[in-house]
Ligand binder design. Structure first.
Ligand SMILES: [Zn+2]
Length: 234
């Protein structure tokens, strides 16, 4: 009997037209895609944008893709403790302009869940940074994983992409799952007084690169390694 990995069995369940708001106040035509058979059984979504939102699948060009992990407080309520909301809206606009997919992954709070994330916020108010707080609660510093994202991409027929992210780990995990990441495209940095400490922790502890600390574009094109000018102290 032929061996097929379980992760290969997902199928598209529905492609539903969904007009969505852009950061500039305009509306863009999208399709929200649901799946059957995703490896972890969660209700992850793909938002097809730009030319990928058309009725017929479009084969032209390498899609721009963003992996966005759910952040209820940031995405929905506009929490100033993180930059998830502005990151999400920036990604929708940029992918709509270029053509591609936003994968909305239901792994809240770096994968520890909503209530645990709220517990971590209290620890952070006591002086811990976002990584230390997760460790204090008995979790890893980042429990997110992207194998299911690779499964979604394969189901959509995407085996090569440009990845919109400042997080080199996302590119590494996608490559490990067999997806070709052609370019890593940096996002903007959405700083506010309330999230400055969070962003500094991401840069210092999570090897994120911040957009106002410019990338060496040659390095990004070579495959997502963190450039010397992209490093951040802290
Ligand atoms: Zn957030």
């Amino acid at each position: 009997m032929e061996h097929v990995p379980a992760a290969a069995h997902a199928t598209v369940r529905g492609r539903v037209p969904l007009p969505v708001l852009r950061a500039d106040g305009g509306v863009t035509r999208a399709r929200v895609i649901s799946f059957d058979g995703l490896a972890d059984g969660r209700e992850h979504l793909a938002l097809a944008l730009g030319d990928r939102a058309s009725d017929r699948p479009c084969a032209a060009g390498v899609p721009l893709v963003r992996l966005h992990s759910e952040c209820l407080t940031g995405d929905v309520f506009g929490s100033q403790r993180c930059d998830c909301g502005p990151q999400l809206r920036e990604a929708v606009g940029r992918i709509a302009d270029t053509g591609g997919y936003l994968l909305y992954l239901r792994q809240e709070g770096r994968g520890i869940g909503l209530y645990n994330k709220l517990d971590a916020y209290l620890l952070q108010d006591g002086g811990l940074d976002t990584y230390e707080a997760n460790l204090a609660l008995g979790f890893g510093t980042d429990e997110r994983e992207y194998a299911v994202a690779a499964q979604m991409l394969r189901t959509l027929g995407v085996d090569e992409l440009d990845l919109l992210t400042n997080n080199p780990d996302k590119a590494t995990q996608l490559r490990a799952a067999g997806i070709r990441v052609r370019h890593r495209v940096p996002t903007g940095v959405h700083r506010s007084p309330a999230n400055a400490r969070y962003l500094a922790a991401k840069a210092g502890r999570g090897a994120h690169t911040l957009g106002d600390d410019p990338f060496d574009p040659r390095d990004v094109i070579r495959g997502g390694r963190r450039g010397s000018r992209g490093s951040q102290d802290g």
